[in-house]
Design a binder for this molecule. Structure first.
Ligand SMILES: *Cc1c(COP(=O)(O)O)cnc(C)c1O
Length: 402
């Protein structure tokens, strides 16, 4: 039987205080103890069902963490106030001064800036490599490398990480494989392919309504204990705690994620096929022409589609800007950063979400000026949306090569 993240989430049952079908929302920052001894014990080690202070853990955040832990088939999880909170605290748990990170060169701009600009101030340095070139990855690893970092489906170029191969390379060097699975929740289960830690920006597909910012880390019980440790854990001490009312609403949205993914994926595949037919430079992992289509098909959990992200190269920035302005006018969606929303969002990563990466490095990684990244929405009538896009393409004079 194939692994089913959606069934794992569905089978996670928690009730409210009065048998409410949704778990009660924690409205407290602190928790009472029936004896001083019990409180002292909790400072030494975690006690199941016992809470101390909401920055450490609270029941609502624990429910969401448990559901995500089941979705990723991990041992334990922690939720955070943002995806960046999840990424930064994970890397600070694994690395200290003198340690090194090897990271894919096509990654989220905020992650790039963290690795390139902030972590070096604490003595943690990163080499950026082409993750498709396994010899280059191996060559970048040194005895000081603690982390091999990648995105399951890279931002914005949609390269698929060969997770089993990257895990083998990391482990051979005594490093851990950390995977950002934001673009492919449920579709990929990195821990089942050898990853040690999975991080998400829940802000995107998992929540799906673009109404809050949140993140999570899923890993071994030991890792999450280190992350949350009262005396030395980066999550506990830097404090990116998720508000419990948000945790409750994200948990409710998580229960419809599999259905949304199917619609995002079916719509994206329809549009990608049509654009390809018209000879446009479209990139979508569901197309057999995508260089990593086979790899993703091999690794993915069946039944959720190939995701909602696709890219279109409009040729140059001016053409991309014309096209995006027209698409917003014609109600294709919004000119906005972020992704995983029920409406289509589009932007040019070179001038927004990846602008942290210097132009020369963007060019080397194949991130071209006219590249538009789409997060395809849940449109009821994708044929109509596709027609609107085709009209915008001709009005913007973006031509396929046919
Ligand atoms: C948005 C995003 C992040 C950062 O998450 P926030 O919730 O905005 O902090 C990290 N990785 C990827 C792939 C993202 O798309």
């Amino acid at each position: 039987m194939a692994f089913s993240p959606a069934s794992r989430v569905q089978d996670y049952l928690v009730f409210g205080e009065f048998g409410d079908v949704n778990p009660s929302i924690t409205d407290s920052s602190t928790y009472t103890f029936l004896s001083p001894e019990r409180m002292e014990e909790l400072f030494e080690h975690e006690i199941e069902g016992c809470f101390l202070y909401s920055r450490h853990f609270n029941p609502t955040n624990k429910y969401l963490a448990s559901a995500l832990e089941r979705m990723e088939d991990g041992e334990s999880a922690q939720v955070m106030a943002s995806g960046m909170g999840a990424i930064s605290t994970t890397l600070m748990t694994l690395c200290g001064a003198g340690d090194e990170i090897v990271c894919g060169r096509s990654i989220y701009g905020g992650t790039y800036a963290l690795l390139k600009n902030l972590l070096p101030r604490f003595g943690v340095n990163t080499r950026f490599v082409d993750l498709c070139n396994h010899d280059a990855v191996r060559a970048a690893m040194t005895p000081r490398t603690r982390v091999l970092y990648c995105e399951s489906l890279s931002n914005p170029l949609l390269e698929v990480a060969d997770l089993p191969a990257l895990a083998a390379i990391a482990h051979a060097q005594g490093a851990q494989l950390v995977v950002d699975n934001t673009f492919t929740p449920m579709i990929l289960s990195p821990l089942r392919h050898g990853a040690d830690v999975v991080v998400h920006s829940l802000t995107k597909f998992v929540n799906g309504t673009s109404d809050c910012v949140a993140g999570c880390v899923v890993a071994s019980r030991d890792f999450i204990s280190r992350l949350n440790d009262i005396n030395a854990g980066p999550s506990m001490l830097l404090g990116p705690v998720l508000d419990s009312t948000r945790a409750a609403s994200i948990l409710k949205n998580l229960h419809s994620l599999h259905i949304r993914l199917r619609q995002h994926g079916a719509n994206a595949l329809y549009l990608a096929r049509r654009l390809e037919e018209l000879g446009h430079a479209v990139h979508y992992p569901g197309l057999t022409s995508h260089p990593h289509h086979q790899l993703l098909t091999q690794l993915m959990n069946p039944g959720y589609g190939w995701g909602g992200m696709l890219t279109l190269d409009a040729g140059d920035l001016a053409a991309a800007n014309r096209l995006m302005t027209l698409m917003q006018r014609d109600k294709v969606g919004y000119l906005a950063v972020s992704l995983g929303y029920f409406k289509t969002l589009f932007n040019t990563p070179g001038h927004s979400t990846s602008s942290e990466i210097p132009p020369a490095e963007r060019e080397a990684a194949g991130l071209r000026e006219g590249l538009i990244r789409f997060s395809i929405g849940l449109d009821e009538d994708i044929a109509q949306t596709t027609e609107r896009i085709e009209n915008c393409l001709s009005e913007a004079e973006v031509r396929g090569n046919l």
